[in-house]
Design a protein around this ligand. Structure first.
Ligand code: ZN
Ligand code: ZN
Length: 324
């Protein structure tokens, strides 16, 4: 298993982007060093059909996709090579459509749920009526380039946390919503999927399982002490063993430029449905730490922070580890 750098939300000239498919793929490979790239044009899959031209030139994993762009919200579908009807969607029938897509093997995510909608960008704000959010595989928690200061991303994070607190096991991802033409590759932010291989099916399975973290630098791994032995723990997993003794390790190699954090203060906040449970500094991260089990604890998540000019800055977050 290793971490693969993925970008799950991109556009080409086949919809409204400024770059064509080849330019996008070239930047994905040469500037962002991506392992996997999803092409998710608005309401069309024609670019995905031309991807074979790029497959010969770039050793990237290509994931076909589409962004169903509607008045009530934007939905990204990954993994299907077929067009998906969106024109008949209204506020009440999305859930049924998503179930049909799931049956066909499509992986479905809510795009930028808290982006400003009407009158700035009609449909960008998610207003569909959903009874059961379990139909969705993932939700974009970070979008575009302004990773954390951005008010939109704060609202997305709050929404995701609320869904997790309600018991939904929905994967949180990053989506660049890459349209080209600007400073869109200034920040190396990735959805990292932990997977045995970089093939399309494994990456999509990793997303569904929640074996995912998002980061603009440091990558974290966690182990759990089970019957006196350290075992790798994967995000999205469920744990039943107690006591809750863990060990963190830091990876500053996977993301280019993350070496700069070697000399910088890093820490992880253990967030949960019961609030913040602990703060683990990088310096003592190889030391085991305990979390007291609280009645009703449903999940924990690792939020990665640094301190820059006396300001706390969030650099990444993992998906939850769940408790039964
Ligand atoms: Zn969109
Ligand atoms: Zn988009």
């Amino acid at each position: 298993m290793r971490w693969y750098k993925c970008e799950l939300h991109t556009h080409t000239k086949h919809s409204d982007a400024r770059h064509g498919l080849e330019e996008l793929v070239d930047k994905a490979w040469n500037m962002l060093n991506l392992d996997a790239l999803a092409i998710t044009d608005h309401n069309t899959i024609t670019a995905s059909k031309e991807v074979n031209i790029c497959e010969e030139k770039y050793p990237l994993t290509f994931i076909p996709g589409i962004e169903l762009t509607t008045f009530y919200g934007h939905i990204v579908v990954l993994g299907l090579e077929q067009y998906i009807e969106w024109r008949d969607l209204h506020r009440l029938n999305l859930e049924e459509r998503v179930k049909e897509i799931n049956k066909c093997g499509g992986v479905v995510g809510i795009a930028h749920p808290c982006r400003v909608g009407d009158p700035i960008s009609t449909g960008s704000y998610f207003t569909y009526h959903i009874d059961d959010y379990n139909v969705f595989d993932y939700i974009e928690v970070w979008t575009r380039t302004a990773s954390v200061k951005d008010i939109e991303n704060k609202a997305n994070m709050a929404l995701w946390t609320e869904l997790l607190n309600k018991g939904y096991r929905i994967t949180g991802v990053y989506g660049r919503d890459w349209h080209g033409g600007g400073s869109e590759v200034d920040e190396n932010i990735y959805t990292l999927v932990n997977s045995p291989t970089s093939d399309k099916a494994s990456i999509l399975e990793g997303i569904k399982q929640g074996n995912v973290q998002c980061s603009s630098g440091p990558v974290v791994n966690i182990q759990v002490l089970k019957a006196g032995k350290w075992e790798d723990l994967f995000f999205g997993d469920e744990i039943v063993s107690k006591p809750l003794t863990f060990k963190l390790s830091w990876d500053l190699e996977t993301i280019k430029g993350a070496e700069k954090y070697k000399k910088v203060k890093l820490y992880v906040n253990i967030e949960s449905n019961k609030g913040s449970l602990a703060r683990i500094e990088k310096s003592d991260s190889e030391e085991p730490f305990n979390i007291d089990y609280i009645e009703g604890l449903k999940w924990i998540r690792l939020d990665v922070h640094t301190i820059e000019n006396n300001q706390h800055k969030m650099l990444g977050f993992t998906n939850p580890i769940y408790f039964n």
